[in-house]
Design a protein around this ligand. Structure first.
Ligand code: PLP
Length: 388
C-alpha cells in the first residue's frame, strides 16, 4: 500500500476508515480504543459533532485567503489563546516544528536587534522539538540530529532537573533556552516546578529568551491550558500545535510583551497558516474546553487514569512506575517486557498506544475519553503484559 511513499515511518497494518469519540474502526470493521489520539492531536476524538458542523459550514464559505488578507476568525483565536496562556501576541503556522522555528528565529532576532548577536542555544537532554533544521538542532537524540546538522549555532544539552548545570550553561549567554515542561518523546518525564522556576530566574537575570515547547503538553492536556501553569511559570515564548485545532494542522508561537515588535513585516511567514478552516477548528476546541466543560473533564479523567495506572503498578511486578499528568501519561516496564512488542500485541487486542523506547508505553487519549474506556484500556494493558 505504501509503494510510492518514502519510508520514514514503520506503519502498522490496520487501515482506519472511521472513528467516533475515542474509538477508531478499521476497514474490516474491527474497533480500537484510540489511546494515542494521532499522537496527542485528536483532542475532541473522532467525528465530533460540533467540529464537523463548523468545518462543514466553513468549507461551503471560504477555505483559504492567505495572510495578505483578513478573515473573521484570526483575531478571535489569537485573543482567546493569548488570554488563556497569559501571553501578548501570536504567530500562526501549521505544525509543531514550524512553531519552534519561529521561536528560535525570534530569539535570534531579539539579540540581533539589541546588537548582542547571541547565536547559541541551551536545550535539555532527551529533548524533542521537531524535524526541521532549527528545531532538529535543539533536539537531543543524535541519530535524529547528526546526519542533518547544518546550522552554525552551538547547542548545549543539559540533563533534566540539573539546576546547577542549567545555570552554568545559561551563564555563557546563549540566545535562548528551550524546554518541554513534560518531555513527551523521551517517555513522559516531567520537569520539577523547582527546575522550571530556576530556569525562569536564570533566563530573566541574563536576558536569555525562555522558550517553552508546549506542543504535546499544551491546550489543556495536563489539566491547565499550558502545563507550566502548574509551576506558575510564564515563558517569553510558548509554542503550541498538535491538538490546538483538534486535527486540522495548526501551530502557534506565542510571545510575551518582551518580544513584541521583534518580528517586523517580511521577517517571517507561512502561506497556509491561520486559514479560516484551521481557525474555526481551534475555536471549537476552545469552546469545548472552556464553555463546554472539557477542561474539567480532562482533570477528572486524568485523575482516574493516574489511579488506574497506579493500581497496575501496585498489582503487577512487571510494571515499575507511572509517569505524567492529566491525559499525558506513561508506564515504565521491567526490561524483560519489550515495549514495542507489547504495543503490537495491544493493537491486535484493540488498544492503540505507542512505545517511546524499549521499556516505556505512552498513553495520550483524546480529552473526550470516558471513564469506562480508561478502565477497559487498562484491563487490555494488564492482559497484554500477562500474555507476554
Ligand atoms: N515539539 C514536541 C514537544 C513534540 O512532541 C513534537 C512532535 O511530536 C514536535 C515539537 C514537532 O511537532 P510536529 O511533528 O507537528 O512538527
Amino acid at each position: 500500500m505504501d509503494e510510492h511513499v518514502i519510508k520514514t515511518y514503520l506503519r502498522a497494518a490496520p487501515v482506519f476508515v472511521h472513528g467516533e469519540g475515542a474509538t477508531l474502526v478499521d476497514s474490516d470493521g474491527k474497533e480500537y480504543l484510540d489511546f494515542l489520539g494521532g499522537i496527542a492531536v485528536s483532542a475532541l476524538g473522532h467525528n465530533h459533532p460540533e467540529l464537523v458542523a463548523a468545518l462543514s459550514e466553513q468549507l461551503g464559505k471560504v477555505m483559504h485567503v492567505s495572510n495578505l488578507y483578513r478573515h473573521p476568525y484570526t483575531e478571535e483565536v489569537a485573543r482567546r489563546i493569548t488570554r488563556l496562556a497569559g501571553m501578548a501576541e501570536v504567530f500562526f503556522c501549521n505544525s509543531g516544528t514550524e512553531a519552534n522555528e519561529a521561536a528560535l528565529k525570534l530569539a535570534l532576532k531579539y539579540h540581533f536587534t539589541k546588537d548582542t548577536r547571541r547565536r547559541d542555544f541551551v536545550a535539555l537532554q532527551g529533548a524533542f522539538h521537531g524535524r526541521t533544521l532549527g528545531a532538529l538542532a535543539v533536539t537531543h537524540k543524535a541519530s535524529f540530529r547528526e546526519p542533518f546538522s547544518a546550522l552554525e549555532s552551538n547547542v548545549t544539552f543539559v540533563p533534566r532537573d540539573d539546576i546547577d548545570g542549567l545555570r552554568a550553561a545559561i551563564a555563557t549567554n546563549p540566545a535562548a533556552l528551550i524546554l518541554e515542561p513534560i518531555q513527551g518523546e523521551a517517555g513522559i518525564h516531567e520537569l520539577s516546578a523547582e527546575f522550571l522556576q530556576a530556569a525562569r530566574q536564570a533566563c530573566t537575570d541574563s536576558d536569555t529568551i525562555l522558550i517553552h515547547d508546549e506542543i504535546q503538553t499544551g491546550a489543556g492536556r495536563t489539566g491547565t491550558f499550558l502545563c507550566a501553569q502548574h509551576a506558575d511559570v510564564t515563558p517569553d515564548i510558548a509554542t503550541l500545535a498538535k491538538p490546538i485545532a483538534a486535527g486540522v494542522p495548526m501551530g502557534l508561537t506565542l510571545i510575551s510583551d518582551k518580544l513584541s515588535g521583534t518580528f517586523v513585516p517580511g521577517d517571517h511567514g507561512s502561506t497556509f497558516a491561520g486559514g479560516p478552516l484551521a481557525c474555526r477548528a481551534a475555536l471549537v476546541l476552545l469552546e469545548q474546553l472552556l464553555e463546554g466543560g472539557l477542561q474539567d473533564h480532562v482533570v477528572e479523567m486524568g485523575t482516574h487514569l493516574s489511579s488506574a495506572l497506579d493500581s497496575l503498578v501496585a498489582a503487577h511486578p512487571l510494571v515499575l512506575a507511572r509517569r505524567g499528568r492529566g491525559l499525558m501519561q506513561a508506564i515504565q516496564l521491567d526490561p524483560r517486557v519489550d515495549a514495542p512488542t507489547l504495543k503490537d500485541l495491544l493493537l491486535e487486542s484493540g488498544l492503540i498506544v505507542n512505545a517511546t523506547g524499549p521499556d516505556t508505553i505512552r498513553v495520550l487519549p483524546p480529552s473526550v475519553v470516558q471513564r469506562s474506556q480508561i478502565d477497559y484500556a487498562v484491563k487490555i494493558l494488564r492482559q497484554g503484559i500477562d500474555a507476554l
